[in-house]
Design a protein around this ligand. Sequence first.
Ligand code: GLN
Length: 447
Amino acid sequence: VQYYLTNIQTKAHLNAFVEVYEQSALTQADLINEKLANGNAGKLAGMVIGIKDVLCYSGHESNASSKILQGFESQFTTTAIQRLLDEDAIVIGRLNCDEFGMGSSNENSAHGNVLNAADESRVPGGSSGGSAVAVQANLCTVSLGTDTGGSVRQPAAFTGVIGMKPTYSRVSRWGLIAYASSFDCIGVFSHTVKDNALVMQIMAGHDEYDSTSSRKSVLPYSQLLHFDKKAKVAYLKETLDSPALQPEIKANTLAVLDKLKSEGHSVEEVSFPLLDFILPTYYILTTAEASSNLSRFDGVKYGYRTPNAHNLESMYKLTRSEGFGEEVKRRIMLGTFVLSASYYDAYFTKAQKVRRLIKDYTENLLNEFDYIIMPTTPSTAFKFGEHSGDPVAMYLEDLFTVQASVSGVPAISLPNGKDESGMPIGLQVICNSFKEAELYAFSNYLT
Ligand code: GLN
């Protein structure tokens, strides 16, 4: 804990942490030392963990990096965090992110930008930018993020660490401040596959507080990392042919595929004709869900309330106008539009149908192949301000990460070299639902 506290202090300018729980982390460390001496410590004894600012932790503030949740303190703890605490993990602090998880660069945070430690003029990715940099810069061993459309995998790729999104429903969402409930997943950042697998296996499993959490049993992923099979791997032609793809990322992805071939695995090119429909489908459905989820922030129940109201209606309007940031307002408006009576069928219902097509196509591929490999992102980390004036350019950053989110399948981003300017490149591996053990084992083989 002391090692990390020192690092957090010397690297405070990266702005990864919103709050550091210095005293409680030290006290917890003492308690765990005692338990270790008595031989009754949990499986994560001493593992130092940071948590994204959208995960509630009893007695602590959670803001979802939004002004509207200023001063909000939860009365309960996220199930996933509680399970880690029960195994004697130490929570060292709360990590910066894009407001309500909406963004790909961490530039939409009420707590300010997070700097990428590989090049401080560049973004760390988002929305879990603080969680990625906390691991990248050795400010904690492992961190929790959330991934709705890539928010764990994309920042992991931009910072050169491992980022895993499990199957939708594998980890309880209880305590996670909702963005788009049918997509949201809690995920893990780490330097090693083993740490990642261990934390995931402890968080995963049914939770009576989240009726969508799966009842399937959880395998001990961290003990199943040995990989000795011949894998059947597919890569999607449209991803590698994409004009948006940076040449070095293409080259490094092809190099992995070639290496796999030379080691006797089968590697096949397949076509994915639905690539162009994924982003529109994702942004219609997630904004619709967000507009509904965020209606609860009205100045009555949580956090910020405008001091400028003169009647009930102006209290709602001003609280929301002053409390939400620009990107969040854009999405509430877009989501409200696609859910409105006259456009519901044209946009929302249509997008639900396309989601089903994408999911079926992806699952069929994953029945035929063990893994799909593609780049995590079309480009490496870009400079601050590069996309902030153009939301559509920013949404394009999610081109390769949203397929797994729309389909609900697990996906991991692994470091895969660097580009000419020294920025990390990510390799994404996707597997069929509930095959986390297979995904971790293959990742272990690849790294
Ligand atoms: N960048 C995507 C978005 O803004 C993904 C965010 C996320 O996964 N939370 O929606």
